[in-house]
Ligand binder design. Structure first.
Ligand code: AMP
Length: 398
């Protein structure tokens, strides 16, 4: 069975084609600048040469048509015909309370995703464009939606409710939903496999630290708390997002600077985080470089960022009354030796002992970076959100 995984953003569309017989990736790629001039399709087939095409792609339907052309191209293609694709799996950011797990796309499911636009105005509309575009291009192929929030639907009320008037929950469903669910789910399961211990017995703290970043407390295989909130703005400091702050700052700044709702949203989502504090970049590599060159702002950004990761780990260890394993994943978590070192070196009160040599090793494989004596296992596990989407799609269409 072959499954096409689609991750649609407002102006981009990522894809991967899986052969589920051995879960191998046949091809992957990206369409960028949809709706702008000079859209770019980058197609990377496994075992064949890469292809780049610049053209005008005004909307997602054309983007998917181009992707299907690339997948069936004589020179760069990996399948003979679109009919070889058995199902399409879509990443959708927000499933609200309606979707506790992945679902086959039906008229009802689409209606529900549309209803959730309110909760994720930046993220769900592009996902819907991706679904529609796939339906237009592949009308007879089943579609599945996999939600970033679904894994966190197991959180208890005490973790997902905010201490604000209850009417806001009953009227608008204001509550914590979390994000990166497919990643936290995947790496917690991989951690149990790596440790060769039953997931049901483990208390794991998964740190998905990429451009967006979130930490989850996974107890017995289910999410019991997570740092992102109703939207992906809460929690850790991120590349351009503020993460936690005193909510009173929002009306204060709006008043002083005469900002609109959109402007303050943009400030907190796009002009805060590492970028705001360092004044240099939202990219951890450049922050680390700046720090090495003695730039004080980069150092402060790095210190604030790592301090918050450490505080969340500490609080989730308290939430679960213990921790067996801490897992690092995503762009920064998998690659930044200095970040992991800085976070872990002051978690000795939990019994964490890091092995510096193991921490310095670079490999794309799951690995342990704690010492044999460490009371808590510390692992680096490359995430694979696309594979989770492919697996769920496979399971649901079989
Ligand atoms: P992601 O959102 O998971 O794709 O992560 C992207 C982020 O990972 C980038 O913005 C970088 O900040 C970070 N990153 C990638 N490689 C490295 C590296 N070698 N060291 C530190 N950070 C990295």
């Amino acid at each position: 069975m072959k499954i096409l995984v689609i991750n649609a953003g407002s102006s981009s569309l990522k894809y991967q084609l899986y052969n589920m017989t051995d879960e191998s990736v046949l091809a992957k790629g990206l369409v960028e600048r949809i709706g702008m001039d000079s859209s770019i399709l980058t197609h990377k087939p496994t075992n064949k040469s890469e292809m780049t095409e610049v053209s005008e792609i005004l909307e997602h339907t054309t983007a998917i048509r181009k992707v299907l052309h690339a997948l069936t191209d004589k020179e760069h293609g990996v399948i003979d015909s679109i009919d070889e694709i058995d199902a399409v799996g879509h990443r959708v950011v927000h499933g609200g309370e309606s979707f506790k797990e992945s679902a086959v796309v039906t008229e009802e499911a689409k209606k529900e995703i549309r209803r959730l636009f309110d909760l994720a105005p930046l993220h769900n509309p592009p996902s819907m464009m991706g679904i529609k575009a796939a339906e237009v291009n592949m009308p007879s192929i089943p579609q599945v939606v996999v939600f970033d929030t679904a894994f966190h639907q197991t959180m208890p009320e005490k973790a997902y409710m905010y201490a604000i008037p209850r009417v806001l929950y009953s009227k608008y469903k204001v509550r914590r939903y979390g994000a990166h669910g497919t990643s936290h789910d995947y790496v917690s399961k991989e951690a149990a496999k790596f440790l060769d211990r039953p997931l049901e017995d483990l208390k794991i703290i998964t740190c998905h630290i990429g451009n967006g970043a979130s930490i989850t407390a996974v107890q017995g295989g289910v999410s019991v708390d997570t740092s992102m909130g109703m939207t992906p703005l809460e929690g850790l400091m991120m590349g351009t997002r503020s993460g936690d702050l005193d909510p009173a700052i929002v009306p204060f700044v709006m008043n002083k600077e005469e900002l609109t709702v959109n402007e303050v949203n943009s400030m907190l989502n796009k002009h805060s985080g590492l970028l705001a504090i360092s004044g240099v970049s939202s990219d951890m590599r450049e922050i680390t470089e700046g720090m090495e060159k003695g730039d004080a702002n980069s150092k402060l950004a790095f210190d604030m960022y790592t301090y918050r990761v450490r505080k969340y780990i500490g609080s989730y260890a308290a939430a679960m009354n213990g921790v067996d394993a801490i897992v690092f994943t995503a762009g920064v978590g998998e690659n930044s030796t200095v970040l992991r070192e800085q976070v872990l070196k002051e978690l000795t009160f939990l019994g964490v002992e890091i092995d510096e040599a193991l921490n310095a090793i670079r490999s794309g494989e799951p690995r342990r970076i704690s010492t044999e004596q460490s009371k808590v296992e510390v692992l680096v596990i490359p995430t694979n959100e696309e594979l989770v989407i492919a697996r769920d799609t496979f399971r649901l269409v079989q």
